[in-house]
Design a protein around this ligand. Structure first.
Ligand code: ARG
Length: 562
């Protein structure tokens, strides 16, 4: 039983004439814990009972069943309830240990489908830190939503069509070679891309040529199509390496090119609904009543645009998945694009346009500087992850030189550190990336949480991993309460993270739980032989279960030893 229900039931028994929901609505959770875990103000009864509030509280007190409470006090017109921490705590520990994998689950989503547009890097360019953010935030949201019983569908809307292909083809034809691309695809393609932009500044013919190549591609020219497929395949293979490292998997790789043959229908629909207007030869949808710039659907040369593809994608997803929510985990700089997308769908009379949510996030900077692919300042994600793994390896070698599987653990710690660092920040905040800080074992880091869990497992091993299922889980040591209370909040925390689309809620929770646990461990001897030893070990086990669960929701692995 939830601890608030316990208070409601105790009061309902002595207030038979008052509706239970009214009692429930009045119960408060005092900030100051000296006023109890819950407080019940009785003012609202004064009129009905023709008595002074203070008197009412005094009269009720002796009638209330004290079971499950340490004490109940009257302070003025308030009844203050102090939970019997020992009994309540044992209940929480029992619940966790009886089914650790499901602890914290709920049925908020009732099985509804949620499509999540995430990662979505651009082919022939390196995956940027921004795409890393989209990947890890999207993946964590998918895990969190699943835990509250939604059915997430992870879609990688690859940027695999667009003028960048024209530029690449021009560059490849002028300066490239097949051997060079095959040997090191992304870096080579990136090099062509950067060189194209440098030279195009003084040579406008390059832009002309690139436009012509892209036109050929759109018209289905075999050579252009062949090059496109080749560039796409090579890039995708490298992206897959990163997804494997991050252990992120997708349900669909339908990218922009997938909608090539699905945009005519969108344009026809817009026409039939009289939403298209001509403006300087281009086709637009006016969005003035939304206070937005017009959505440009078709350029004067007939080329379709980013938003046209997104309209086709949104309609396709609704038809294919019948989603209850459709999320787009994309940087905050595209806010306007998603407002326009929603507004156009609304104008098309799709009532489901309200279920579309842009989940924006802030920038990652380095030394305070914004990163841009065009100019080539970009941190290559693969390099970052590999550097993090190397740094983790060094730390492990210093801390635990005899560790078995040290390489595997270094990967879990290094990659986990990068992912955790990203997720602990509220997603809209921008943050600076400093690798040394990210991989530290102390402070607000992923390795700190992983380490707290590994330590709890090592305590259990030292105790010989006893069977805890039938052990009484009552702990009288007051130091244990903060930890148990935090464990009891886990389900609420997950729901909050799901409702706010905010993985940082979980990341912050795991940091706090790890900190509370370390503090408890510093003050209380766990392995001492007394009546409560098994109960304390049950607490240790519950902490390790919940930390593992929280890290897993974030997409961070939890090594058993480190
Ligand atoms: N490829 C785009 C970019 O890197 C992100 C695509 C986001 N998804 C979408 N459906 N528009 O900026």
């Amino acid at each position: 039983m939830d601890t608030k229900t316990q208070v409601v039931e105790a009061l309902a028994k002595v207030l038979p004439d008052i509706e239970v929901i009214d009692i429930e609505a009045k119960i408060e959770r005092p900030k100051d814990t000296t006023k109890g875990d819950y407080a019940f103000p009785v003012f609202f009864l004064a009129k009905q009972l023709h008595q002074a509030p203070q008197q009412i509280a005094q009269d009720l007190l002796p009638k209330i069943d004290q079971k499950g409470f340490e004490k109940i006090e009257v302070v003025g017109p308030y009844l203050n309830f102090f939970l019997d921490k020992v009994t309540v705590g044992a209940g929480i520990l029992d619940e966790i240990l009886s089914d650790p994998a499901n602890y914290g689950s709920s049925n908020l989503g009732d099985g509804g489908n949620v499509s999540i547009d995430m990662s979505s890097p651009n082919i022939a360019k390196p995956m940027s830190m921004g795409h890393l953010r989209s990947t890890v935030i999207g993946n964590a949201l998918a895990n969190i939503l699943k835990k509250v019983n939604y059915n997430p569908i992870k879609i990688n809307h690859l940027g695999d069509w667009g003028t960048q292909f024209g530029k690449l083809m021009t560059a490849y034809k002028m300066w490239g070679s097949e051997e060079e691309v095959t040997a090191d695809p992304i870096n080579t393609l990136q090099k062509y891309y950067v060189r194209f932009h440098q030279e195009a500044e003084t040579n406008p013919e390059l832009d002309e040529d690139a436009r012509a190549w892209f036109k050929k591609l759109e018209d289905g020219d075999p050579e252009a199509l062949h090059l496109w497929e080749w560039f796409r395949e090579e890039s995708l293979q490298l992206f897959m390496k990163i997804y494997d490292l991050l252990d992120v998997h997708f349900d669909s790789f339908n990218g922009e090119a997938f909608y090539n043959d699905k945009m005519d229908e969108v344009v026809e629909l817009l026409e039939s609904k009289h939403l298209l207007q001509e403006s300087k030869g281009a086709e637009i949808v006016d969005l003035e009543k939304y206070n937005l710039n017009p959505a440009l659907i078709k350029k004067s040369d007939g080329a379709t645009l980013y938003i046209t593809r997104d309209l086709a994608a949104a309609i396709y997803r609704k038809r294919t998945y019948d989603f209850v929510q459709s999320l787009y985990v994309v940087g905050n700089e595209q806010q306007n694009h998603f407002k326009q997308l929603k507004a156009v769908l609304k104008e098309m009379d799709y009532d489901w346009s309200d279920s579309i949510h842009h989940i924006p996030f802030g920038l990652i900077t380095q030394g305070g500087r914004k990163l841009s692919t065009r100019k080539g300042h970009i941190i290559l994600l693969e390099v970052v992850l590999n550097d993090a793994i190397d740094l983790a390896k060094k730390q492990i070698a210093a801390k635990n030189p005899t560790l078995a599987n040290a390489d595997k653990v270094a990967e879990q710690v290094g990659v986990g550190a990068v992912v955790f660092h990203d997720l602990k920040n509220e997603r809209l905040n921008s943050f600076d990336f400093d690798l040394e800080e990210v991989v530290r074992f102390e402070g607000e880091t992923g390795p700190y949480v992983q380490y707290a869990r590994a330590r709890s497992l090592s305590i259990l091993r030292k105790a010989g991993n006893p069977d805890l299922s039938d052990a009484t889980k009552k702990i009288t040591d007051p130091n244990a309460w903060e930890v148990i209370k935090a464990l009891g909040n886990y389900g609420d925390i997950i729901q909050k993270a799901a409702k706010e689309y905010e993985p940082s809620v979980i990341a912050k929770y795991t940091l706090q739980l790890a900190k509370d646990f370390n503090q408890y461990y510093a003050h209380s001897k766990i392995l001492v032989e007394d009546d409560e030893k098994l109960a304390r070990l049950a607490l240790v086990k519950a902490v390790s279960d919940v930390l593992e669960s929280g890290l897993t929701l974030l997409g961070v692995q939890a090594p058993d030893e480190m």
